[in-house]
Design a protein around this ligand. Structure first.
Ligand SMILES: Cc1cc2nc3c(=O)[nH]c(=O)nc-3n(C[C@H](O)[C@H](O)[C@H](O)COP(=O)(O)OP(=O)(O)OC[C@H]3O[C@@H](n4cnc5c(N)ncnc54)[C@H](O)[C@@H]3O)c2cc1C
Length: 390
């Protein structure tokens, strides 16, 4: 493979496969340097991502400030002040001052609709081209860069390739082989309802933990309510219909059942949660991986997209500061692997602890939350929220 050189006379053409949060953030970070021509290839008919909302923690807001987008994201989102943790009987077990913890690192933690975040990223890309409906089939590295082959038979040539094509990345499969994803042991349902029940306060998220299932809610900027429910698998057939989901949560504290019932079909998504074990190679030659393609994690700490944003910013810094794109790729991989691996492991551990079931062990869990969650959460979040530059 020939080295992809960056000098002041020759612009590098960088292809990014995947127009999700990782791919778009990287495109913005790279296109700030006029020596690069950046092309994003997105297989979906529009680069808006599918539904629902996300927690964007302060570490990602800080990372976004380096590309001038922190204020725009904050203005389109609702800041999170407190997460109340409750038992399925409604009892308050713990109250985590997320807002105060976040502001110590100079930025709020917010909840935002995923398509709104993607729109903000997309609008900040004046210098990059986004090719919609371009689904990568394979790539071939050669002496002069990388040839990309698409499902419709078309081809394109780039100097370097970034695979930001998500958990089931085809770039990763070709680069690292076809190793299977790992099941997190539970399914997640996410929804957004325009009907805000009385009593739900902006800035206060509620996490309700039961004997297996969990339910999380937060009010969005526009007053609608984002919720997130999890159901353990443990060999059981998956719940596929809203009516079955409703039955699971029917007797939980109000307004949980009401939120499930009032969510439009178009705003309801079920996902089987999966990740991959951290690996020690994300790239070779003029190719690297980014976001979920490189370091997927279960959503138990709400850090997958936040880490994708941090990685994209670091990738931009490394490539812009390096004499060769390849050198920048390798530096980025070395800088990002330890932190993302540690966070993926922490997410997996949190998933394992959160999916316990059985009345006695769950009662003990509730006692442990009451006694120790705040100090455990404070110390693990402190390290995460300090961000990639620590
Ligand atoms: C239920 C749930 C809740 C979550 N909540 C949070 C949260 O609160 N906070 C948080 O930070 N993270 C959260 N995450 C994680 C977050 O969604 C991911 O980490 C994030 O979306 C990763 O972004 P990405 O751009 O790497 O990948 P993706 O979002 O998967 O984007 C990949 C893009 O690549 C495109 N693509 C795929 N294959 C090809 C191809 N062959 N050719 C061209 N394009 C292709 C796809 O269409 C897609 O647009 C959650 C995840 C789940 C499942």
């Amino acid at each position: 493979m020939g080295a992809s050189t960056v000098d002041s006379t020759r612009a590098g053409r960088i292809g990014i496969v995947g127009g999700g949060i990782a791919g778009l953030t990287a495109a913005i970070a790279l296109a700030r340097d006029e020596r690069f021509e950046v092309v994003v290839y997105e297989k979906a008919p529009e680069a808006r991502g599918r539904g629902a909302a996300l927690l964007v923690w302060s570490n990602a807001i800080t990372a976004l400030s380096s590309i001038g987008l922190a204020d725009e994201v904050k203005n389109a989102a609702a800041a999170l002040d407190v997460t109340e943790v409750r038992s399925a009987g409604g009892e308050l077990l713990s109250s985590l001052p997320i807002g105060t913890w976040s502001e110590r690192f100079g930025a709020p933690t917010v909840v935002i609709r995923r398509p709104v975040l993607l729109d903000i990223l997309g609008a900040a890309l004046p210098r990059a081209t986004v090719k919609i409906g371009a689904s990568l089939r394979s790539f071939t590295p050669g002496a002069r860069g990388v040839r990309l082959c698409f499902e419709d038979g078309s081809m394109d040539d780039v100097d370097a390739l970034i695979g930001a094509d998500g958990l089931h990345s085809s770039v990763r499969r070709q680069l690292l082989g076809d190793e299977p994803t790992r099941a997190g042991g539970y399914d997640a349902w996410v929804g957004i309802t325009p009907n805000r029940p009385e009593g739900l306060r902006t800035g206060v998220a509620t996490a309700t933990v039961g004997n297996g299932p969990r339910f999380w809610t937060a009010v969005l900027r526009d007053g609608s309510v984002f919720w997130y429910a999890t159901l353990n698998r443990r060999g059981r057939p998956p719940i596929r219909r809203r009516e079955e989901l409703y039955e699971v949560f029917r007797d939980w504290p109000a307004p949980i059942a009401e939120l499930i019932a009032s969510t439009p079909d178009t705003e309801l998504i079920r996902t089987q949660i999966r990740d991959r074990l951290p690996v020690d190679q994300w790239g070779a030659g003029p190719v690297t991986l980014l976001g979920d393609a490189a370091h997927p994690s279960t959503p138990d700490l709400g850090q997958g997209a936040c880490q994708a944003i941090e990685s994209a910013i670091v990738l931009g810094e490394c490539v812009r500061g390096s004499a060769q794109i390849e050198g920048g790729f390798r530096e980025y991989e070395q800088r990002r692997m330890p932190r993302t691996a540690a966070i993926s492991r922490l997410c997996w551990m949190t998933a394992s602890n959160s999916t316990i079931e059985g009345p006695l062990v769950c009662r003990l869990r509730d006692v442990a939350i009451r006694v120790g969650l705040e100090s455990i959460a404070r110390s693990s979040l402190q390290w995460i929220l300090a961000g990639h530059a620590q």
